[in-house]
Design a protein around this ligand. Structure first.
Ligand code: BG6
Ligand code: MG
Length: 222
């Protein structure tokens, strides 16, 4: 039986992806990388430094900056991102998520955040939902990013559960792959074609409910 839930943050609980994009876009302009939807999508779930590398590569500029300069660019991006995060309020929680979190909490499920973002605790505070989570994985303690299962394995361990009794919720294909590799049940939120590896697909956060999950888990795998 399911005893815990492990949540991605960006794109599952709140739409911070657009804030990350806004901040990265300015860095891309600064280094002369053309911005595209494809580049923007490729940054989902990817760590800060890896994101910068992808942006530099897209403009063929990966060899033009020293490590110190890269640090400066990453710091500048984060400064702007945090300025945008300051404006987040509980109204920025995605539809259905508040009710779902409250329901899980009242049913005494254990809950953790498995986000690649070092800013996750700050975002949770601004959204007013930090108290629901028993733990937030610190991504600076990880050796490998998503799609590696490490962050999901660690999240389960932090809430004292075996991965087998945990459900992971993700909006990125790399995240779903990580949840599956960790041996947890995966819920993919978004385009079912992109997230076809997920055990359960919901097209929107509005579908997140214990009743819908129970129903989906009773269905035989196609
Ligand atoms: C992930 C986002 O959750 O966190 C990425 O999807 C982001 O876009 C990554 O780059 C790292 O975030 P931060 O806040 O540590 O720069
Ligand atoms: Mg995400």
């Amino acid at each position: 039986d399911i005893q815990g839930f492990v949540f991605d943050l960006d794109g599952v609980i709140t739409d911070t992806a657009r804030l990350h994009s806004q901040a990265w876009r300015h860095i891309a302009e600064q280094v002369g990388t053309p911005w595209s939807q494809k580049l923007q999508d490729s940054l989902k779930g990817i760590s800060r430094m890896e994101s910068l590398e992808l942006i530099l590569q897209a403009g063929n500029r990966e060899h033009d900056f020293t490590d110190a300069q890269k640090q400066e660019l990453a710091t500048a991006k984060n400064k702007e991102y945090l300025r945008l995060v300051e404006q987040l309020t509980p109204a920025d929680i995605l539809p259905g998520v508040s009710d779902f979190l409250r329901d899980l909490y009242n049913h005494e499920y254990r809950m953790a955040i498995a986000s690649a973002s070092k800013n996750a605790p700050t975002v949770l505070e601004h959204l007013g939902i930090a108290r629901y989570f028993h733990n937030v994985v610190d991504p600076s303690t990880l050796k490998h990013g998503k799609p590696d299962p490490e962050i999901f394995t660690k999240a389960a361990a932090l809430i004292n559960l075996d991965p087998q009794v945990c459900i992971g919720v993700e909006d990125a294909a790399a995240g779903v792959a990580g949840i599956n590799a960790a041996g947890e049940t995966s819920i993919g939120i978004g385009d079912p074609q992109v997230l076809s590896a997920a055990d359960i697909n919901f097209t929107s956060t509005e579908q997140l409910s214990l009743a819908n999950i129970r129903h989906a888990m009773r269905q035989p795998v196609a």
